[in-house]
Design a protein around this ligand. Sequence first.
Ligand SMILES: NC(=O)CC[C@H](N)C(=O)O
Length: 211
Amino acid sequence: MVTLRTESLGASDAAGPTVGVLALQGDFREHARVLAGLGARIVLVRRPEEVDAIDGLVIPGGESTVMDKLSRAFGVADPLRRRIAEGLPVYGTCAGLIMLADTLHDAIDGQQTFGGLDIVVRRNAFGSQNQSFEVDLDVPVLGEPPVRAAFIRGPVVESVGPRARPLAALADGRVVAVEQDGLIGTSFHPEILGDHRFHEYFLGKVRARIA
Ligand SMILES: NC(=O)CC[C@H](N)C(=O)O
């Protein structure tokens, strides 16, 4: 018998899909609040049993090198790789996008990712913390208005392979949002500026898969 550490942060609806938020490090609480507000049941994922209990997963922003080490130390990296390969819908923001990339351009010290997205990513592509910025981003799958996107030491998608497709790019053409089947990745943090359309779009994928 597995006891789930199901924490509801906000208005949780027992009928909603069960969405995990990888809670090893980073801004997982903000994502949990947004998803709970949209009707999902939230599981904060830190253990292998929790990986088996979810219909979808959000990987938050934070520090991908630390998330990589902790996910291996906590034994959730391989179970997550397996579930991603089986089609688990996953939305990764910033460090979470890095964790979903098949190829990391500047991996150091043996940094690993979970993979799944057929993309090449470069970390810290927009400079340091104090070079953070916000921009209005056209995201055609989300319609109008543009998404206000916060970039905080974010990665860039340097190339998009044939299995993935770009969802948004900056004015200079650099790709900052992608999807591939049930997987979504954004270089930026929609969870902190009050626009929840990326989370709604992701929940649509989760619901479609369990319907
Ligand atoms: N805001 C973020 O998630 C920053 C990502 C971080 N620079 C990393 O490489 O993991």
